[in-house]
Design a protein around this ligand. Structure first.
Ligand code: CA2
Length: 137
């Protein structure tokens, strides 16, 4: 089973800044542990700060992979283009967030991903990604 974890802007800073909101583990450390725990799953990871690169990756895997776990970062709340890309692919997407976006500023309550996602998981720290993976499994 092929699953992509896709991270959007600024998530490359995880574990390096703002630990009170996003924790102190780097995504690479988390991802290495996840791959070991789910060794029978073909887990892929891609991060970009560039909207078009995220869209290209959705197009690249969105007809062959079994699932996409997507934290689009702040693009979640702004990107019509990413919303359209999710509408245009076949692979199901689960929207994830590390923080509970509904307990934060109003602009974070809006999502262009959610209307076309299988579901949304927010507020469980990096465990949000593992919960999404378990849902696909
Ligand atoms: O809670 C989440 O996962 C978010 O998608 C994170 C985004 C934010 O804009 C969304 O509203 C919610 C921000 C990612 C920034 O990540 C950082 C990590 C460490 C240090 C600085 C930024």
């Amino acid at each position: 089973m092929k699953i992509l974890i896709l991270n959007g802007p600024n998530l490359n800073l995880l574990g390096k800044r703002e630990p009170s909101i996003y924790g102190n583990e780097t995504f690479n450390d988390f991802f290495e542990a996840l791959k070991k725990k789910y060794a029978d799953v073909e887990l892929h990871y891609f991060q970009s700060n560039i909207e078009g690169e995220l869209i290209d990756k959705l197009h690249e895997v969105g007809f062959t992979f079994e699932g996409i776990i997507f934290n689009a970062g702040a693009y979640t709340h702004t990107s019509v283009a990413i919303g359209d890309a999710i509408k245009g692919i076949e692979t199901q997407v689960i929207e994830v967030h590390i923080s509970n976006v509904y307990a934060r500023e109003k602009f974070r309550h809006v999502s262009y991903i959610a209307p076309n996602a299988k579901g949304v998981i927010a507020g469980f720290g990096l465990q949000s990604y593992e919960l999404a993976l378990q849902s696909f499994l």
